[in-house]
Design a protein around this ligand. Structure first.
Ligand SMILES: NC(=O)C1=CN([C@@H]2O[C@H](COP(=O)(O)OP(=O)(O)OC[C@H]3O[C@@H](n4cnc5c(N)ncnc54)[C@H](O)[C@@H]3O)[C@@H](O)[C@H]2O)C=CC1
Ligand SMILES: O=C(O)[C@@H]1CCC=N1
Length: 272
């Protein structure tokens, strides 16, 4: 297995590290760089992985995963450039384009842009991946191995599609959690105590998702099977439609994709 160094040990890095460790990656093959000592301590306790601050020398690594905020990536990449060696660099930062990153890394060609999501923690992640023509098949296979350990990997040929992937599967878990929160609030409004409200909402969600994944029917057909003519579900779905919930979800995802493009433009400039 390859030696992997994470630059940034926050939410998304923790999810990928947790997924890798529970899939059998030895903790000794993973190193984490983060200025926040409390985050490093938590990763050590939880997963047995160790690391250090950005001021310390980097260990020799086959793969570097850049998991800092998009706003921090330029400075971090410029600082890393001299110590890179010939490691494969995987960036998970939203918006930042592969060629901007490659430039900041001093012209480093082995750059893969990935958009993962937090279900990686339970090996149910989905990562969109893009690499330019300079990245060879071996590097694509290596990136697929790292991200594939924590879920599905979907490669795209057009980098612009990563903005769409960010809007659907990158941000998507938050949309699902939003709906779960709302369903829980609805249960509370029906008079259920918090524990029961949580159970009703979570189990309904997980049961419906399991049914959809196991079924030959598409989501629309499954919905129709719940919706009796003149019944209760029909009333609720009509209320969703009246408030244009479907159109709102589509517009919300479009706004997320636009923000991803905007981040790439705003933060990809080399003015400073
Ligand atoms: N959270 C999510 O669901 C997803 C996040 N992403 C991307 O992952 C990246 C990280 O996001 P989160 O984990 O949510 O943020 P986070 O804020 O939880 O983690 C960022 C980490 O970077 C560390 N850091 C700051 N300066 C550093 C430096 N100079 N060197 C090393 N580490 C440094 C911070 O201490 C922090 O622990 C972002 O670029 C985001 O766009 C991508 C997909 C999904
Ligand atoms: O909200 C964000 O910018 C990041 C990217 C996708 C999920 N979280």
């Amino acid at each position: 297995m390859s030696k992997i160094t994470f630059i940034g040990g926050g939410n998304m890095a923790s999810a990928i590290i947790g997924g890798l460790i529970s899939r059998g990656t030895p903790a000794g093959d993973v190193h984490v760089v983060d200025p926040d000592a409390a985050k490093l301590a938590e990763l050590a306790t939880r997963y047995g992985v160790h690391g250090g601050s950005p001021d310390e020398a980097l260990p020799a690594s086959d793969v570097l995963v850049l998991a800092v905020k998009p706003q921090q990536l330029k400075a971090v990449a410029r600082q890393l450039a001299p110590a890179l060696g010939d490691a494969l660099v995987i960036s998970i930062a939203a918006g930042i384009r592969a060629d901007s990153l490659s430039r900041w890394l001093g012209g480093h060609a082995r750059v893969v842009r990935v958009m993962p999501n937090t279900p990686a923690l339970v090996q149910a992640g989905l990562s969109g991946a893009y690499a330019g023509d300079a990245v060879g098949e071996d590097d694509r296979a290596l990136a697929t191995r790292v991200l594939g350990a924590v879920g599905e990997v979907v490669w795209v040929d057009d980098e612009a599609e990563i903005d769409g992937i960010t809007a659907i599967s990158g941000s998507g878990p938050a949309y699902v959690f939003y709906f779960m929160e709302a369903l829980q609030a609805a249960a509370r409004a029906q008079g259920f105590n918090p524990d029961t409200a949580r159970k009703l909402a979570y189990h309904t969600f997980s049961g419906a998702v399991k049914l959809a994944l196991d079924s030959e029917d598409d989501a629309g057909t499954l919905r129709a099977k719940v919706t009796s003519k003149g019944g209760t579900t029909e009333r609720a779905i009509n209320a969703f439609e009246t408030s244009q919930l479907r159109a709102t979800i589509i517009a919300a995802a479009a706004a997320a994709a636009a923000r991803s493009r905007e981040l790439g433009e705003e933060l990809g400039r080399d003015a400073d």
